[in-house]
Design a protein. Structure first.
Length: 184
């Protein structure tokens, strides 16, 4: 048996986001084109209140992106991830600290290096994350693909770097989910 070296922990089943949660969150965010901006702004303000370190990290990452189209998609995806975790886990979602994000970014980089040097061929950290959060990573990927298809001339290559920030966000929020309380 061959075991590939990795630096990411498996995602526990109790921290997986169900597809139905994503459908509900997406429907609320996209209620109408006139409501989207308000919904995103409210979602980001909520993130600033509940996850201030995460909001600061994401605001800086989005601000570094070129052009309003790419920034808008990145902002939408970040709020979507936050709202999905909030809807799925509520009070079970702990607060993320700056050190958590720094640590997870380092682990994601090391994981990518380990996977690229593995004997089993190409393996990507995103694939490993998708195994634990299949619905969420699938939705993120489809939203990125849709945005690129809608406006192929935008500078989407910058979104690739931001996508790594989204993966960090998914991982730190996943780790912040507490196990179910079986005492009640």
């Amino acid at each position: 048996m061959f075991v590939e070296p990795v630096a990411l922990d498996p995602i526990p089943a109790y921290a997986r986001i169900a597809p139905s949660v994503l459908t509900s969150v997406l429907a609320r965010l996209l209620e109408g084109p006139d409501k989207l901006a308000r919904s995103l702004d409210a979602g980001f303000r909520d993130m600033e209140g509940k996850q201030p370190a995460l909001a600061a990290f994401l605001a800086e990452e989005v601000a570094d992106l070129p052009g309003p189209r790419v920034q808008g998609v990145a902002y939408f995806l970040a709020v979507l991830v936050f709202r999905a975790f909030e809807a799925a886990f509520g009070a079970r979602l702990g607060r993320v600290q700056t050190r958590d994000m720094t640590h997870m970014l380092e682990r994601l980089i090391v994981d990518g290096q380990l996977r690229s040097g593995g004997a089993a061929g190409a393996s990507y950290s995103e694939d490993a994350i998708a195994i634990g959060q299949p619905a969420l990573v699938g939705l993120l990927r489809s939203e990125v693909d849709r945005a690129v298809a809608d406006d192929p001339n935008a500078p989407w290559e910058a979104l690739d770097d931001f996508y790594e920030s989204l993966l960090v966000m998914v991982l730190v929020l996943t780790q912040a989910v507490g196990p179910r309380d079986h005492s009640s």
